[in-house]
Design a protein around this ligand. Structure first.
Ligand SMILES: Nc1nc2c(ncn2[C@@H]2O[C@H](COP(=O)(O)OP(=O)(O)OP(=O)(O)O)[C@@H](O)[C@H]2O)c(=O)[nH]1
Ligand SMILES: [Mg+2]
Length: 242
C-alpha cells in the first residue's frame, strides 16, 4: 500500500519497472529523468555493468505534485531483467505499490517476455501479494523496430488479463514513456481510493468521503486528531502534470 506520512503530508509510492533483459526499463527512467524539471526529481542512481545492463537496480525519485492535500513522491525502480538476477528482483519488488511491465515487442523475444511475466507473478506471490490485485500497466515497447508483434496476440500469449492498461511505446525515443507513468500513477491512486482493490494483507486505506485508517496501528488515535492516521478523500482528482 502507498505509504502516507500524515505529519509531513506526503504520499509515497514505489513503482517497479519489470520485464525481460534489454526490454527498455532503464530507458524509461532515463527519459523521465531527462525530461523532468530538476527541482522535481532526485538523482538517477544506476548500477550497471560495463555493457550498460542493469546489474542491481535503477532508482529515480520524482515529485509528482499534489494529491488532495498531500505531496506525492514516487520512487521509480527497475529490476535487472537478466534471468540470473532473480534474488535482486525479489528485493526490488519489496513494498511495491505498482508495476509497469515493459514488453520487448520483437517477436523473437516473446519467450523472454512470457518468462518474465510468470517470474513477476511468482515473485509477487512469494512476498504475499496477489498478482491479480497489484496495480499493473503493460508497456509494449520498441514499437519503432520493424515487424513488432501484434498487440492482441502478444497480450494473449503473455496471459495479460483483460482490463489491464496497455501503452504503446518507443522508450528509446521517449514515446509513450510519460503516458505509461501517468497510467500507473492512476492505477496506484485508484487503490488509495478504493480499498477493495488493495492486495490481501494490506489494510483498506481510504474510503471515498469517509474517515478511515491508513494504517492498522493508527486506529487507536482519535479520528481527525493529529497523528490519528485519518484522512478524508472524496474524489479522484485529475493527475497533476509532470
Ligand atoms: N529501437 C529501440 N531500442 C530501444 C528502445 N528502448 C530501449 N531500447 C534499447 O534497448 C537496449 C536496452 O535498453 P535498457 O533500457 O537498458 O533495457 P533494460 O530493460 O533496462 O535491460 P536490463 O537492465 O538488462 O534488464 C538499449 O540499447 C536501448 O537503447 C526502443 O523503444 N526502441
Ligand atoms: Mg536496465
Amino acid at each position: 500500500m502507498p505509504y502516507i506520512d500524515h505529519a509531513r503530508k506526503e504520499l509515497r509510492l514505489k513503482i517497479v519497472y519489470y520485464g525481460p533483459g534489454l526490454g527498455g526499463k532503464t530507458s524509461n527512467l532515463e527519459y523521465i529523468h531527462k525530461h523532468t524539471r530538476p527541482e522535481r526529481r532526485g538523482k538517477l542512481v544506476a548500477l550497471n555493468t560495463e555493457a550498460e545492463r542493469t546489474l542491481f537496480f535503477d532508482l529515480l525519485p520524482v515529485e509528482i505534485g499534489r494529491y488532495k492535500d498531500y505531496q506525492v513522491r514516487v520512487h521509480l525502480c527497475t529490476v535487472p531483467g537478466q534471468i540470473a538476477y532473480d534474488r535482486t528482483r525479489q528485493l526490488v519488488l519489496r513494498h511495491v505499490d505498482g508495476v509497469v511491465f515493459v514488453v520487448d515487442s520483437q517477436p523473437a523475444r516473446l519467450r523472454e517476455n512470457h518468462e518474465s511475466m510468470r517470474n513477476l507473478e511468482a515473485n509477487l506471490r512469494l512476498q504475499g501479494d496477489d498478482p491479480a490485485k497489484m496495480p499493473l500497466v503493460v508497456q509494449f515497447n520498441k514499437r519503432d523496430l520493424a515487424g513488432p508483434g501484434g498487440i492482441e496476440a502478444s497480450r494473449e500469449a503473455l496471459g495479460i488479463p483483460p482490463g489491464v492498461l496497455q501503452i504503446i511505446a518507443s522508450a528509446g525515443r521517449g514515446e509513450g514513456v510519460f503516458e505509461t507513468l501517468k497510467a500507473i500513477l492512476k492505477e496506484c491512486l485508484a487503490v488509495v481510493e478504493e480499498p477493495s482493490r488493495a492486495p490481501p494483507g494490506h489494510s483498506p486505506s481510504i474510503v471515498p468521503g469517509q474517515r478511515v485508517s491508513m494504517f492498522p496501528e493508527a486506529t487507536a488515535g482519535t479520528p481527525g486528531s493529529e497523528n490519528s492516521g485519518m484522512l478524508v478523500i472524496a474524489t479522484l482528482p485529475k493527475l497533476p502534470r509532470l
